[in-house]
Design a protein around this ligand. Structure first.
Ligand code: ACO
Ligand code: KIV
Ligand code: MG
Length: 554
């Protein structure tokens, strides 16, 4: 290859992949109604892409996970390629680790010796899928295999024949045959079909005894709609369609593996191969976890139990050595977290209205994080992008404090400034500390006690302490706060007026406390205060004192 050093980044080097002329395409008008047949290729495609392939212990652990999640078809390796893969298949069979409703699948090239060895690996299996492949695209034909169209078709046909032969030698196993025209998406569609027809001619599948034709986007070379066209064209042109389980196997080179698999389902695919979290060659395979969660979030049973993604992540990470991006769809650490103010506000409002008997409709949260074992702790986190809604959410969630709107408005900028100074997240304890420092002021005067006479008209005697000693203030009014304000006014000579007052219980039972929030007009200045006390009246009096103290400080 020649490159011009002055034009290193040169798009003229590339050509678009093949497309199908499909003016009457049907897939755009369809929606996905049910989960496809899932086939995990974690232990094969995922494994072959690792810097350090899984050892036997890791493979066993991964297998157990796949079984727990509910996979019924699992490609367990390429047993003819390596002894560990061979041994793993033997372990599964000899240790009776394959549940009756699960079928193992193994991959093999269309080579006679390898196919023979593959059947040896599977001796004693109740049922198995033997997956044979060869590559069909022009570059593979011309440059890799050095074969013309006929030659490549012959490789496929022979492979199909050897597989059929092998199966005849082991009649005690229920066999399913699978063929992949590797590099399908880069292959001329009519030629890919021709090769598959040659395979089908050998296998003669029927609805009672179907085979699997798996169409791989070995390398993703086009937009997902192009893949969908290719799949629909294939699905509507292949013979013996009722005897063919049409499978797709997408890779993520352009970032579209999941979308391509979804559109392929609209286009007629019955089955999807992929991996958990998208591990696999280069940019990976279609992420089955994402695909399944996409269905789940649309109200469709994904037929996989993904309720504990943290366990999935743990096993995948331990076995592959790969980490999961915090924004990975559905399961990343940050995907149910809102930092920005308007999102937090909307989430808080929606969560307060969402009930268990309604369909889920919370803005910015496509599903209920609790379904995946994620608590609401992570939903709202506060930093300099956050507003009053987020601050209020955190104080309510973690401290049971339901701040009035006017107090939220006063507190939020303080939190924002603190976050800007700190340059990061404000944890709940810091927000709570800011709230207390701002609104709860038991100094320079504090409440030592009170006596309330509630005989129709409220009469209060409040014992107030300060650094010089203590005094008794007396007043009366309509309610304890009004009586206290009257007492304070009489003593201080200052005009004091309650603008707003709110209180609520924190917790329940004998441990419950009361939170009181007050907004006063003191000599024309608006000032706020808060207090928390086991006694409701004391909380309200202390809230008024907090405001007065704050005004005094100001
Ligand atoms: C898209 C995919 O993911 S396909 C799966 C790929 N996975 C793997 O390859 C992992 C396991 N593979 C291996 O360990 C090795 O490739 C083995 C053991 C299977 C084979 O190793 P080798 O015999 O050394 O052959 P190698 O892998 O280099 O294959 C190249 C030869 O096989 C031929 N070949 C490759 N694929 C196929 C196929 N699917 N069907 C028939 N022949 C094939 C090539 O034309 C080439 O033939 P040549 O030697 O006459 O030029
Ligand atoms: C073996 C085939 C199905 C494959 O992994 C691919 O083409 O990506
Ligand atoms: Mg692959």
């Amino acid at each position: 290859m020649t490159t011009n050093p002055t034009h290193r980044f040169d798009h003229r080097k590339y050509r678009p992949g093949p497309v199908v002329d499909l003016p009457n395409r049907q897939w755009p008008g369809r929606t996905i109604q049910q989960a496809p047949i899932w086939a995990s290729v974690d232990l094969r495609d995922g494994n072959q892409a690792l810097l350090e392939p899984m050892d036997v212990t890791q493979k066993r652990r991964f297998w157990d996970l796949l079984i727990r999640l509910g996979f019924k078809e699992i490609e367990v390796g390429f047993p003819a390629a390596s002894q560990p893969d061979f041994d793993f298949v033997r372990w599964l069979i000899e240790e009776d680790r394959i549940p009756a409703d699960v079928t193992v699948q193994v991959l093999v090239q269309a080579r006679e010796d390898l196919i023979r060895r593959t059947f040896e690996a599977l001796v004693g299996a109740r049922q198995a899928i033997v997956h044979v492949y060869n590559s069909t695209s022009p570059v593979q034909r011309d440059w890799v295999f050095g074969q013309d169209r006929e030659g490549i078709k012959t490789i496929a046909r022979q492979g199909a024949h050897w597989v059929q032969q092998g199966a005849r030698d082991y009649p005690e196993t229920r066999w399913t045959f699978q063929y992949s025209p590797e590099s399908f998406t880069a292959t001329e569609p009519d030629y890919a079909l021709e090769v598959c027809e040659a395979v089908l001619d050998v296998w003669q599948p029927t609805p009672e005894n179907p085979c699997i034709i798996n169409l791989p986007a070995t390398v993703e070379v086009a937009t997902p709609n192009v893949f969908a066209d290719q799949v629909e064209w294939f699905s509507t042109h292949v013979s013996r369609r009722a005897g063919v389980i049409l499978s797709v196997h997408t890779h993520n080179d352009r970032g579209g593996a999941v979308a391509a698999a979804e559109l392929a389902l609209l286009a007629g695919a019955d089955r999807v191969e992929g991996t958990l979290l998208g591990n696999g060659e280069r940019t990976g395979n279609a992420d089955l976890l994402t695909l399944a969660m996409n269905l789940y979030s649309q109200g469709i049973d994904p037929r996989l139990d993904l309720s504990d993604p943290d366990e999935i992540i743990r096993v995948c990470t331990d076995c592959t050595g790969l980490t999961v991006h915090p924004r990975h769809p559905w399961v990343g650490e940050l995907v149910y977290t809102a930092f920005s103010g308007s999102h937090q506000d909307a989430i808080r409002k929606c969560l307060s209205r969402q009930t268990d008997d309604q369909p889920w409709q919370v803005a910015y949260l496509p599903i209920d994080p609790a379904d995946l074992g994620r608590d609401y702790q992570a939903v709202i986190r506060v930093n300099s992008q956050s507003g009053k809604g987020g601050v209020a959410f955190v104080l309510e969630r973690d401290y049971g404090l339901v701040l009035p709107r006017w107090m939220q408005t006063e507190l939020a900028p303080l939190v924002q400034q603190a976050s800007e100074r700190r340059g990061g997240e404000m944890d709940p304890a810091s927000i709570h500390a800011l709230f207390r420092a701002r609104f709860i002021a038991d100094d320079p005067q504090w409440l030592l006690g009170y006596r309330l006479d509630r005989n129709g008209h409220d009469v209060i005697e409040a014992r107030i302490g300060d650094r010089s000693g203590e005094r008794i203030l007396r007043g009366e009014g309509d309610g304890a706060i009004a009586a206290f304000v009257a007492a304070w006014t009489a003593w201080s000579g200052k005009r004091l007026r309650i603008l707003d007052y709110q209180e609520h219980a924190i917790g329940e039972g004998t441990d419950a406390e009361a939170a009181a929030y007050v907004q006063l007009d003191v000599e024309g200045a608006r000032i706020t205060g808060a207090a928390i006390d086991r006694d409701t009246v004391a909380a309200s009096l202390r809230a008024v004192l907090s405001a007065v103290n704050r005004q005094g400080r100001a």
